[in-house]
Ligand binder design. Structure first.
Ligand code: TTP
Ligand code: MG
Length: 363
């Protein structure tokens, strides 16, 4: 079982400003361009939660933010304080927080200046994961004086949506058997990658919640969005196999493909896998790697059950000097694939929906 965490710092730039300037505490804080008494150009970078109550948020024109702050002040609210960003400071704080994360996870991925994914699967259960993350949250609060929101789930997609679920200072856990009930009622915009354009288009089709989206066939989504439609189909079901890693491009190289129709044909699936093997070997050579040590085959059945099978070759397979590299890779891949066509890995004879091939431990 995978246990994946997404952490997102609360009102990050504004919170850092508050930390280093105690005079700002309990004040609405807006970080961004100079408002110049309402004539300023540029936008809000971020606002703390007090300022957000006035309707001020990231990307809002600073002149607009200034008017909202003035209106609030006239209603008797505290005056908002506008600050120009100190990016160097935010970068330094971010680097220290990332170090805390890195030391507290099996694998870690810096997703942006104030966001990270942690793979903590080795803890073995969600209760222990929650305790662990509460401790990390406390550590960040004590050492850096900052708050964050945390999502814990079976993959990066669910963890990311969960961390935004209760903000600020939130902790949301979505266990594997709760994914459906968690996702269904959410608006489609909650799915990472669904921006204003896709949202407007889907609204026109009367698709508003993730549940609505889940009822649309993959064929239709592909017709509407091309390849992204396939990802959307999977996201609506809470599926995401991507690994938590800062170096996925360097440490591994892979491809996966969802078939136009589920398949039970060994020759068809093998042919697809061999095609990937050929492309991956060329890519590896293109990128001037010398070789790889581990081969992983990912297989998803028609019911979405997904399995990964890996095999490592002791001294690796070299692609720079070994003419046989492609043949050896095909052999490795086939050994990993074949059990899926018999009782060893597929006793009920399910059809195959997706196949993936990944080369890891590159050198
Ligand atoms: P976010 O995590 O999106 O925002 P946030 O941390 O300020 O607030 P919260 O997570 O509690 O909703 O972005 C992190 C930082 O990135 C943010 O503090 C400022 C910066 N940022 C921009 O520069 N421009 C933007 O449009 C956004 C959204 C953020
Ligand atoms: Mg944030």
């Amino acid at each position: 079982m995978r246990i994946i965490v997404h952490v997102d710092m609360d009102a990050f730039y504004a919170a850092v400003e508050e930390r280093y300037n105690p005079g700002l505490r309990n004040c609405p804080v807006v970080v961004g361009a100079d408002p110049k008494d309402g004539r300023g150009r540029g936008v809000v970078t971020t606002a703390n939660y007090m300022a957000r109550r006035f309707g001020i948020h990231s990307a809002l024109p600073i002149s607009h933010a200034w008017r909202l702050a003035e209106a609030a002040r006239k209603r008797g609210e505290p005056a908002a304080i506008f600050i120009s960003p100190n990016f160097r400071l935010y970068g330094e704080v971010s680097a220290r927080i990332m170090q805390i994360f890195e030391g507290r996870a099996d694998a870690f991925e810096e997703a942006s200046i104030d966001e990270a994914y942690l793979d903590i699967s080795s803890l073995g259960g969600f209760e222990r994961a929650v305790e662990h993350m509460m401790a990390v949250k406390n550590e960040i609060c004590e050492k850096e004086g900052l708050g964050c929101s945390i999502g814990i789930g079976p993959n990066k997609l669910i963890a990311k949506i969960a961390s935004g679920h209760k903000k600020p200072d939130g902790l949301t856990i979505v266990r594997p058997d709760e994914v459906r009930e968690f996702l269904d009622p959410l608006p489609i915009r909650a799915i990472p990658g669904v921006g204003p354009k896709s949202e407007a288009f889907l609204h026109q089709q009367n698709i508003r919640t993730v549940k609505d989206l889940g009822e649309i066939s993959e064929a239709i989504l592909t017709e509407w969005f091309g390849k992204w439609g396939q990802r959307l189909f999977e996201k609506a079901r809470g599926i995401d196999d991507s690994a938590v890693s800062n170096e996925w491009t360097r440490k591994s190289l892979g491809e996966q493909e969802t078939f136009a129709e589920d398949s039970r044909s060994p020759s068809f699936v093998t042919e697809q896998l061999y095609g990937m093997a050929e492309r991956l070997i060329s890519k590896l050579r293109e990128k001037e790697f010398l070789g790889f040590r581990t081969v992983t085959v990912t297989l998803r059945f028609s019911d979405f059950e997904t399995k990964n099978r890996s095999h490592s070759v002791k001294n690796g397979i070299r692609v720079d000097t070994d003419e046989q590299a492609l043949r050896l890779l095909k052999q490795e891949a086939l050994m990993l694939l074949l059990p899926f066509f018999d009782a060893r890995e597929n006793p009920r004879g399910k059809a195959i929906r997706l196949i993936g091939l990944r080369l890891e431990n590159l050198f």
